[in-house]
Design a protein around this ligand. Structure first.
Ligand code: GLV
Ligand code: MN
Ligand code: MN
Length: 410
């Protein structure tokens, strides 16, 4: 049977595979990605699946149904992390899905559909800046232009695939078509405080907020910190500071959040006025129209700030995604599984992005959330209990056992 303690032990084992010990950072196509994948593929095989790394560096496992080749229920989440990450974001969903298959296999159960478990190699976008690369490849939305993305060391995504032993020319063939999948279902930690405040271990996700990401570059004039009068300065960092506050102000409107997560000023010396400054913007909302109008208003703010300060500004959209809605028929089946565990059904939306956003291109998606302590995530203090992990995985197993594809009577 499913053991919450084992799920947490496996998360610990994966957390030990890091580029930045003792902090956890595991990014796409790194030696740590490979080591984590070997561990996960081993667990998949032990659970009775055939398993291999796919051409996009995802761990892909398959458990056949009552006969080989049936359409699949796909389960998954991601195995990469942010910098200085927690142990459960993404990871828990992959481990829970493997545990469910293991339970079926131990009981000798085959279902009238196959189960595939995907441990996506890139969701966070830490190394190359494009998010959801793993799931977009599976969903047939891998843009070859992504291959030109470069990491901080100047290595292109194409070069990184080759160094990892993968041939990027094989990625397009990975694309699944609508109809191959009966549904895509993901268990994930909530990364917010709502389940905790409701006193509930798990909940049903209704939708995933959409996002817009910008890269902004301000060019002013570098100069001597001691001699250039304050009135005549074109300080790129001071201009960026005003922009950051504009982001905070626009993101504070109802239904929106917005963050500047990365900022760099150059030349970066204590006695030099910053001549250039680059920063990122991440704005999210469940309401696409609201997000789009807020992004337009924000870029007007940026241009007005730059004009008033006499600096140049370049604003580039790096990525955006529409909000993704979870399918009501899947919400109902996930909710029924949670109730069968004796837990009140609670529905909530996700402010965080998930692989399901990519998968909506080819399948209806459903998600269930597991409570995490104080809603903390993208932080090493991320914490869950073994009991909650176990309840989440048990609810997922119940859902799988009772799963009826869309349109089939329940
Ligand atoms: C992914 O974790 C995101 O929401 O940025
Ligand atoms: Mn994350
Ligand atoms: Mn995640």
């Amino acid at each position: 049977m499913i053991s919450g303690a084992t799920l947490l032990e496996r998360a610990d084992a994966l957390a030990a595979i890091t580029e930045t010990p003792p902090a956890l950072t595991r990014s796409y196509l790194t030696p740590e990605h490979r080591r984590a994948s070997e561990l996960v593929l081993g667990w998949m095989r032990e659970a009775g699946m055939s398993a291999a790394l796919d051409p996009a560096g995802n761990c892909a496992g398959r458990y056949e149904g009552t006969k080989p080749g049936l359409p699949c229920l796909m389960l998954g989440s991601h195995l990469d992390t942010v910098r200085d990450a927690g142990k459960y974001d993404g990871i828990l969903g992959v481990l829970a899905a493997i545990a469910c298959v293991e339970a079926l296999n131990r009981a000798g159960e085959r279902l009238p559909f196959a189960i595939e478990v995907l441990g996506f190699g890139d969701e966070e976008g830490v190394r190359f800046g494009g998010t959801l690369i793993g799931s977009r490849a599976v969903a047939g939305d891998f843009d070859p232009a992504l291959l030109e993305l470069r990491d901080a060391a100047g290595v292109s995504l194409a070069e990184a695939y080759r160094a990892f032993g993968l041939d990027p020319a094989r990625i397009p063939a990975l694309a699944r078509k609508r109809g191959d999948l009966l549904a895509y279902v993901e268990l994930h930690i909530e990364q917010g405080p709502r389940l905790e405040s409701e006193g509930l271990p798990v909940g049903v996700v209704t939708a995933i907020a959409g996002f817009t990401r910008l890269q902004v570059e301000i060019a002013g004039t570098a100069g001597h910190a001691g001699t250039v009068p304050m009135a005549g300065r074109r300080d790129a960092l001071a201009a960026a500071a005003e922009c950051v506050l504009a982001v905070e102000r626009r993101g504070s409107a109802a239904g929106l959040v917005a963050t500047v997560g990365k900022i760099e000023a150059a030349p970066g010396a204590i006695n030099v006025i910053p001549g250039t400054c680059r920063f990122t913007v991440d704005m999210r909302s469940a309401d696409d129209a609201l997000r789009e109008s807020a992004v337009a208003a924000l870029t007007d703010d940026f241009r007005a700030i730059a004009a008033r300060r006499g600096v140049e500004i370049a604003i580039r959209g790096t990525q955006s995604s529409k909000a993704a809605t979870c399918a009501p028929w899947l919400m109902d089946q996930i909710g029924a599984a949670i109730e069968a565990e004796g837990i009140r059904q609670f529905r909530l939306m996700s402010g965080a992005g998930h692989d399901g956003m990519a998968m909506t291109r080819i399948a209806d998606i459903g998600m269930l959330f597991v409570r995490c302590a104080r809603g903390i995530s993208h932080n090493p203090a991320e914490a869950i209990t073994a009991a909650d992990a176990e309840i989440g995985a048990r609810a997922l197993l119940r859902f799988i056992r009772a799963f009826k594809p869309k349109g089939e009577p329940r």
